[in-house]
Design a binder for this molecule. Sequence first.
Ligand SMILES: Cc1cc2nc3c(=O)[nH]c(=O)nc-3n(C[C@H](O)[C@H](O)[C@H](O)COP(=O)(O)OP(=O)(O)OC[C@H]3O[C@@H](n4cnc5c(N)ncnc54)[C@H](O)[C@@H]3O)c2cc1C
Length: 301
Amino acid sequence: MTFDRHITRFLGQDRKPVSIEFSPPRSEEAGRQILKTAALLKERISPDFVSITYGAGGSTRERTEEYASILRNEYGFDVVAHLTCVGASKDEIRAILREYHAAGLRNIMALRGDPPKGQSDFRPHPEGCAYANELVELIRISEPDFCIGVAGYPETHPQAPSQEADLINLKRKVDAGASFITTQLFFDNSYFFDFVNRCRAIGITVPIIPGLMPALSHEQVIRFGSMNGSSVPAELAVRLAAVEGDAEAARKVGIDWACQQARELLERGADALHLYIMNRSESALAMVDRLVEEGVIAPRG
Ligand SMILES: Cc1cc2nc3c(=O)[nH]c(=O)nc-3n(C[C@H](O)[C@H](O)[C@H](O)COP(=O)(O)OP(=O)(O)OC[C@H]3O[C@@H](n4cnc5c(N)ncnc54)[C@H](O)[C@@H]3O)c2cc1C
């Protein structure tokens, strides 16, 4: 049995790593789509590591584990498996951790999670974790050889009472044992640079991986923006609105925008790129190809 490498090993190097986020499929057709995407990405851009999300309300628990194993065993990726606190007692979380560990996984993204559909506020399991910092602590104590990542919010988590409180809560997660932060997607780099400065000022020293989503349509960025609190720059909204109804042209706008963001982020010292790709390969392939061509990221071996 081989074990995944800690993804912090890839960070802080001259060659900036690219990571890709997958979500567990909800149908057989979606399952085939993920495998096709994984195969294409592996062959063409060979991402340094990938992550696999954990469905809202814990709804994809088995699928997260199943696809984490497929991505590592059949495609050879180092995997960051996500885990949330939703609907699980600490004993149930410990059992999941043992399963992840036995499957050779060694990287985990520790999240509180969102309330299940139809519920507006997050209600922790009576014997579970109320916040992600408690989950980080539980992981560190139960399975100390996991490398733990946590979520960061350049534009502040939508439920946080203030920017300052959100940052203090982020520091709690790092102090509890997180080794890296991956951010919520953003379309305006100035939020990321400001966030990194605020993190460093408060004593958060771990690597911070920016999350980018190559947009697919005007409707999509507006929907994601309102869900995640990510603001949409007027220029991007105008460019996408101008090509509404033309999926190919909209994808091109999204790729151009995300490439421009990636270029600036890496030039100004970001540790890596994390791409939210909605299980589809086209935009990620086009982005990475272009960034390699421009010499912004080194070609994969
Ligand atoms: C990179 C990334 C990956 C994600 N992957 C998934 C996924 O796989 N599955 C999924 O369901 N969701 C996922 N999400 C969404 C995430 O679950 C939601 O954003 C959720 O609302 C918050 O999760 P968190 O881990 O950031 O929570 P927390 O860090 O617990 O924060 C939640 C809120 O509580 C506040 N808070 C935190 N700790 C404390 C404390 N100790 N006391 C008081 N207040 C506190 C924070 O300021 C924040 O407002 C992801 C988000 C990101 C950015």
